[in-house]
Design a protein around this ligand. Structure first.
Ligand code: SF4
Ligand code: SF4
Ligand code: FES
Length: 239
């Protein structure tokens, strides 16, 4: 193993360029450790984003050697190879604010467009709605519920790159989770929201989102579920 890593890091906005740094290699080092070393010891003005460092908050995603990933849980040993080279850039398909920090506004706007918020009918004065853990509905909702909003899937999706208005895998995965939540009251509105031209039918089912999701979710499966459900609702005249 080389004693140092040769690291190229994106600096500036959309029209920026890569700068090169040498970073000492360490055991169990993560890509986020490398970025943090550069910011603390070599380039104090480097901008990047992280919070939890344990794979929960979703804020540390970047493009590493050409693939989107969460950097706090990505070990250098897995991505740098024997030569010890890393190229670290901001996530694709989102505007760059500066260096490694992207503007997530469109990402969360799409969640809102896909009606990604739960809308129940009970108040805090009523008992909890009970959904059996092993019911098919609960299992279907569970399948996509662990999304941490990291944006890796959106950065990996060719359709988002071609048509920026496409709702994309994260928002559609969220919509499918709520379509399967029997307590939610907005099923028809949500199906209408994802049925449009920029909705679930725009997905080409190639599956980069599912391949790279760090939580092992399957937005491709969620989107296929939406396609089926939207089609059935359309036939019944419910949309
Ligand atoms: S399967 Fe659909 S949502 Fe996922 S990356 Fe491909 S086109 Fe995008
Ligand atoms: S579906 Fe996976 S890749 Fe996409 S935002 Fe959620 S956790 Fe990240
Ligand atoms: S820092 Fe929170 S998921 Fe990586």
């Amino acid at each position: 193993m080389q004693p140092t890593l040769s690291v190229k890091v994106w600096r500036g906005g959309a029209e920026g360029s890569f700068s090169a740094y040498e970073v000492p290699r360490q055991t169990s080092q993560t890509v986020l450790d490398v970025v943090t070393h550069i910011q603390r010891h070599l380039e104090p003005s480097l901008s990047y984003r992280f919070a939890c460092r344990v794979g929960m908050c979703g804020s540390c995603a970047m493009t590493v050697n050409g693939k989107a990933c969460w950097t706090c849980r990505t070990h250098v040993a897995k991505v740098a190879g024997d030569g010890g080279t890393l190229e670290i850039a901001p996530l694709s398909n989102l505007p760059v604010i500066k260096d490694l920090a992207t503007d997530m506004t469109s990402f969360f706007d799409k969640w809102a467009r896909a009606k990604g918020s739960f809308a129940g009918s009970t108040t805090r004065h009523e008992d909890f709605a009970r959904v059996a853990p092993d019911s098919p509905e609960r299992r279907a909702a569970n399948a996509g519920i662990e999304c941490i909003g990291c944006g890796v899937c959106v950065a990996s999706c060719d359709v988002v790159a071609w048509r920026p208005d496409y709702l994309g895998p994260a928002a559609l995965n969220r919509a499918w989770t709520l379509v399967n939540d029997v307590r939610d009251t907005q099923r028809s509105e949500r199906l209408r929201a994802v049925a449009g031209d920029a909705g679930c039918h725009a997905c080409h089912t190639q599956g980069s989102c599912t391949e790279r999701c760090p939580k092992q979710l399957a937005p491709t499966v969620a989107i296929a579920g939406l396609k089926r459900t939207v089609a059935k609702a359309a036939v019944r005249g419910e949309l």
